[in-house]
Design a protein around this ligand. Structure first.
Ligand code: GLY
Length: 370
């Protein structure tokens, strides 16, 4: 494995850009933004959260200054609660008070919450200004910062208000993962495993051997896991930017997982990645119930997650959350229609398939007896 910074291109109708992956890239962010957004105004707006700013604000600030930018900082509150209409409103007013123009560039420094909110703000500020993703969590580096899904939550559900809006650059500094709490690393690992399960059996073998090194943030293992994940995501998003087809494969484990997240009210008892880990086991079991794969497939996935200390079953469900409740929550997901569900199932370990027209009762049965 090569330890130099890697560069991957994402090519979509909504814009082409590079993902840069490497240790220490934050210190070069100013120059990288200059190159990716040549007409960027000198006032850049960095959106972040206090816990991330306390670690990286100074480094990014210096790098931006050195490249001739005058950064303006806006802090969102911690956690998923930041992706609300109220905080979107506060962010937009703060940005507008700085008198931006079409060349004002927004920078998201943080995890998926910061990236989703900043991307949506960039898509809507003056009908669209450039933005750059600097993801600082494993989940954001392998998934949410790439591909241009942006959005905020409503009382009706997560990410129901948003836009496909591509960044101009994704700068993934793997060093930032050294300070990530282990629970967050594990949650991000679920998205790494997702790529192996949906399209690369060889990568699954590699993860079985090197998963612990990834979680220990060993630089080479981390870099290989992020690079392999981003290669797959870049290729899929380049072919299907707006999820009219194969991009839906990236939702493996997410329908089951979103239902569990909703059941726990997004209160931190179950992180998104943890819900996806459990959701992938349910998707594999569902695939087995349909005769698509043998029982060894869900068993192997579960054993791998168990060995790494990821959750393989939900915590005790809140009162009133029944198999019917969970199946209804899945039906409410924006990818479904006409009372039928579209699920991402496995045809083999390393090969996922989009499966429309799944009956509600079949899903209830899976929740009853996984
Ligand atoms: N997180 C799935 C996607 O970007 O399509």
């Amino acid at each position: 494995m090569d330890s130099a910074a890697a560069r991957l291109e994402v090519t979509t109708a909504g814009g082409s850009y590079f993902i840069q992956i490497g240790a220490g890239l934050l210190a070069q962010a100013g120059e990288a933004i200059r190159a990716a957004v040549p007409r960027a105004a000198s006032r850049v707006m960095v959106v972040s959260q206090p816990s991330i700013q306390s670690l990286y604000q100074e480094r990014l600030h210096q790098s931006l200054h050195a490249a001739g930018f005058q950064p303006f900082w806006h802090s969102l509150p911690e956690g998923e609660a930041a992706k609300s209409f109220a905080h979107y409103n506060a962010l937009m007013e703060a940005l507008l008070a700085e008198r931006p123009d079409r060349h004002t560039t927004l920078v998201a420094l943080g995890g998926g919450v910061v990236g989703d909110m900043t991307g949506f703000a960039a898509a809507t500020l003056l009908r669209g200004v450039p933005f750059v993703q600097i993801p600082t969590t494993l989940l954001a580096q392998v998934d949410s910062s790439v591909g241009g899904k942006t959005g905020i939550n409503s009382a009706q559900g997560k990410n129901l208000v948003g836009a496909f809006y591509q960044p101009r650059l994704v700068l993934a500094d793997t060093q930032t993962l050294q300070s990530l709490p282990m629970r967050e690393r594990k949650a991000g690992y679920a998205e790494v495993l997702k790529y192996a399960l949906l399209g690369d059996a060889g990568f699954f073998d590699w993860l079985e051997a090197h998963g612990p090194d990834v979680l220990d943030a060993k630089p080479e293992a981390l870099r290989h896991a992020i690079l392999t994940s981003c290669q797959m995501k870049a290729a899929i998003v380049s072919r299907d930017e707006k999820e009219t087809g194969e991009r839906a494969l990236l939702n493996l484990g997410h329908s089951f997982g979103h239902a569990l997240e909703a059941a726990f009210g997004y209160d931190g008892r179950l992180l998104h990645g943890e819900a996806v880990a459990i959701g992938m086991i349910y998707a594999a079991r569902f695939s087995h119930r349909r005769g698509l794969v043998g029982a060894e497939v869900p068993a192997r996935i579960q054993a791998h997650l168990e060995r790494l200390g990821l959750p393989v079953a939900p915590p005790p469900l809140p009162e009133g959350v029944t198999p019917e409740w969970l199946a209804r929550a899945m039906l409410g997901d924006k990818k479904n229609s006409n009372g039928k569900l579209t699920l991402i199932l496995l045809e083999a370990l390393g090969k996922a398939v989009i499966t429309p027209g799944v009956d509600y009762q079949e899903v209830v049965a899976c929740w009853q007896q996984p």
